[in-house]
Design a binder for this molecule. Structure first.
Ligand SMILES: *Cc1c(COP(=O)(O)O)cnc(C)c1O
Length: 217
């Protein structure tokens, strides 16, 4: 099935880029997908999933986690501060830290809980007004702010503009990460994950290529 094919394409892209096998984490983006498709990949042994809405993920994964242990859940969609507590309880990694207010809220909650999942800062590499993310020019200052709050910052994430060559954005994200001493790069989706791996992605977020098209009905 499609998961197998995507796994082997990830492995081939790692090899092509002279990167160690397993250097890239394949996040299966299960948002909106029918439950039986998600269960099929769990039955095949996949354990790393991405969701973009806290509420949708809560319902779905509370039950699935009882049946399948050691699932690792990644939040890849925008996070409102009033959902931050729920997000910290549910997710193992958060890819969408994008503003100071969210950083201070996460820091306060993390202190209360005594734990915080690894975080990625979302960067608006295309500087699109409608898109979330820190602007490239503001990134270094924001990284410093997040570090000053003692938050576990792991890397950067981007969603390139649909009509542009994604490689330019992946290369920019890699440069910004290196400049800030960050090793994690969350970039690459169904249509471009091999290009992202060539440019250093550590996490690719693949939905429709694994599960089929999403039906928003
Ligand atoms: C939905 C989504 C994906 C997966 O997109 P596909 O094109 O289906 O692979 C990846 N990243 C983010 C942030 C998403 O919202």
């Amino acid at each position: 099935m499609a998961l197998e094919e995507i796994r082997s394409r990830v492995a081939a892209a790692e090899q092509e880029a002279n990167r160690p096998a397993g250097a890239v984490t394949l996040i299966a983006v299960s948002k909106v997908q029918p439950l039986e498709r998600v269960v099929a990949t769990l039955a095949e042994g996949h354990r790393v999933y991405g969701e973009n809405r806290v509420q949708e993920a809560q319902g779905k994964w509370a039950e699935l986690r009882e049946r399948f242990t050691d699932v690792e859940l990644h939040l890849i969609g925008p996070l409102q501060t009033n959902k931050a507590r729920a997000a910290l309880e549910l997710f193992d990694v958060i890819h969408t830290l994008d503003r100071p207010k969210l950083a201070t809220t996460l820091a306060r909650l993390a202190q209360e809980r005594g734990a915080c999942p690894p975080l990625f800062i979302q960067v608006n590499t295309g500087e699109e007004p409608q898109k979330a993310g820190v602007l490239p020019d503001d990134l270094d200052a924001f990284v410093a702010e997040v570090r000053a709050l003692d938050l576990p910052l792991e890397g950067l994430m981007c969603i390139p503009p649909v009509e542009e060559e994604p490689s330019l954005h992946f290369a920019l994200l890699a440069k910004l990460a290196e400049r800030n001493g960050l090793s994690g790069l969350s970039m690459g989706m169904s249509g471009d994950f091999e290009r992202a791996i060539a440019l250093g992605a550590t996490h690719v977020r693949v939905g429709s290529a694994i599960f089929g098209e999403r039906d928003y009905g």
